[in-house]
Design a protein around this ligand. Structure first.
Ligand SMILES: *Cc1c(COP(=O)(O)O)cnc(C)c1O
Length: 377
């Protein structure tokens, strides 16, 4: 018997969520954002599952893009932050990667590099996030220089919204107006919406959108809407009870005795901990599902184990299945108990956790492709 912890990945749910992103933005094409190993879901497997739907993928680094090529993914791949050093341009041109250009140094490096073929360049405009990107004047100059360089083709303009997921519509509108003004001057195709904007702001849908977290079924909106309620969770993290303890009133459980029994308590010990990527900040009261019934974490998360209160769960015993998030338990609720967001929980899952893939039109093909790092049910 092997350790019961696993991440089941529902590739049909992934396809459903991607198709929802497309349905919400019928005038846009959608880059499927699969950076950070597809937010912890396995980038190669997810890319294969979306291969017939998505025209292109997006990642954060050239290593991530090359891993897709190694896994047999032939689609265009956008490097969302462009290159980190000039030598990457040569590889990017050979491999058909599309590059964001956000800074003067990247522009100068491209001008100075000999390429086998011109690169598709996505000029990044800082419309108010103040993280990466050119000012409007710099973006105009960047376009002129890229066109003159002979190194670039298929220019696009992209920007990133800082507040589409929060209740500050004024700042969002300011960003949108800034990029629309610039776009009308530059006459370039626009790449705009992330997941929150895809779900909630049709006016911010561009020629291209960049949905990420929504593909994995986690709702990024502060308040769900009709569209986000249609998302389906892709990852279900589950394990089993490996020991049961009867704990008397006043007795502490786990490190530092954070949980103290206030009634005669049955504690289930489950196989999952921060050494698997579960967040150590989870408070007592963090939800878990045992045999489909909801109960709570009781005691600090250890490296390999956690303790849960199963006093009121009829039938809970060694071997009972425990869902930590996914089907039946929204990852956002767990994130709230950890004072974090779904993004960190999903991307935080460590390689020790086996992934088991289900469904997906392409799953048969993917089975024969190395590098997916999981098994197919
Ligand atoms: C990660 C990322 C996205 C996707 O964001 P989500 O909130 O996950 O949809 C889009 N654009 C850029 C530039 C990103 O870095």
């Amino acid at each position: 018997m092997s350790r019961p912890l696993r991440a089941d990945i529902d590739l049909d749910a992934l396809r459903h969520n991607y198709q929802l992103a497309c349905e919400l933005a019928p005038g846009s094409r959608s880059l499927a954002v699969i950076k950070a190993d597809a937010y912890g879901h396995g980038a190669v497997a997810c890319a294969h599952a979306l291969a017939d739907l998505a025209p292109a993928f997006a990642v954060a680094t050239i290593e991530e893009a090359l891993a897709l090529r190694d896994g047999g993914v032939t689609h265009p791949v956008v490097l969302l932050e462009g290159v980190f050093e000039a030598a990457e341009y040569v590889l990017a041109a050979q491999q058909g990667f599309w590059c964001a250009i956000h800074s003067e140094w990247q522009l100068a490096a491209l001008e100075a590099t000999e390429l086998s073929a011109p690169l598709s360049c996505w000029i990044k405009f800082d419309s108010g996030m103040h993280r990466l990107g050119f000012t409007a004047e710099e973006a105009v100059e960047a376009k002129t220089r890229l066109e003159a360089s002979g190194k670039a083709r298929d220019l696009h303009l992209m920007t990133h919204f800082s507040t589409a997921d929060s209740l500050s519509p004024d700042y969002f509108r300011k960003q949108l107006a800034a990029v629309q003004t610039l776009a009308s001057t530059l006459e370039l195709p626009l790449c705009l919406a992330n997941s929150p904007a895809t779900l909630a702001c049709p006016e911010a849908h561009g020629d291209w959108n960049r949905p990420g977290i929504m593909l994995y079924g986690a709702d990024p909106l502060e308040g769900a809407n009709d569209a986000s309620r249609r998302l389906k969770p892709v990852m279900t993290l589950s394990t089993a009870i490996i020991a049961v303890r009867e704990v008397a009133v006043g007795e502490p459980v786990g490190y530092a005795g954070r949980f103290v029994a206030t009634r005669p308590t049955r504690i289930g010990v489950i196989a999952c901990g921060y050494g698997d990527g579960y967040d150590r900040h989870a408070v007592d009261g963090t939800p878990v599902l045992v045999e489909g019934q909801e109960t709570v974490l009781a005691g600090k998360v250890s490296m390999d184990m956690m303790t849960i209160d199963i006093t009121d769960i009829t039938g809970a015993q060694v071997g009972s299945r425990v869902v930590l998030w996914g089907k039946g338990l929204d990852v956002n609720r767990v994130a709230a108990s950890c004072d974090t967001i779904s993004y960190t929980l999903l991307t935080g899952i460590l390689p020790r956790v086996p992934k088991c893939y289900h469904g997906g039109r392409q799953s048969i093909a993917a089975q024969s492709i190395s590098g997916t790092g999981g098994t197919y049910a």
